[in-house]
Design a binder for this molecule. Sequence first.
Ligand SMILES: [Zn+2]
Length: 114
Amino acid sequence: MSAPVMTRDQAAAAVRAAVAERDAIQANLLARARQFVADHTTRAASYDQFKAVMAGQRGFLIAQWCRQAECEAAIKAETKATVRCIPMEMQTAPGRCVRCDAPSPGEVYFAQAY
Ligand SMILES: [Zn+2]
């Protein structure tokens, strides 16, 4: 009988190390993805700024929006940007729509369609 290549404890330790490495890689990827979004997100305080961002650096844009379909259609026609995400965790304060100044229940993410 030859000795086992790896003991049960060694195998368990190897699995734990692999799992820890996978978790570290995933945490790193998540952190990098969050940083990428943060680096490419601009908060637009005015529609002029909104249009300037969409004409230039692009990426994501956070702005107040009135939730009216015709307003989003106008934004899309003028900037090619559409609403991408109404963030659940980002419960921002109500404000005024960046484009039409109607009441907005909170900020949303916009991005251009490519
Ligand atoms: Zn609006």
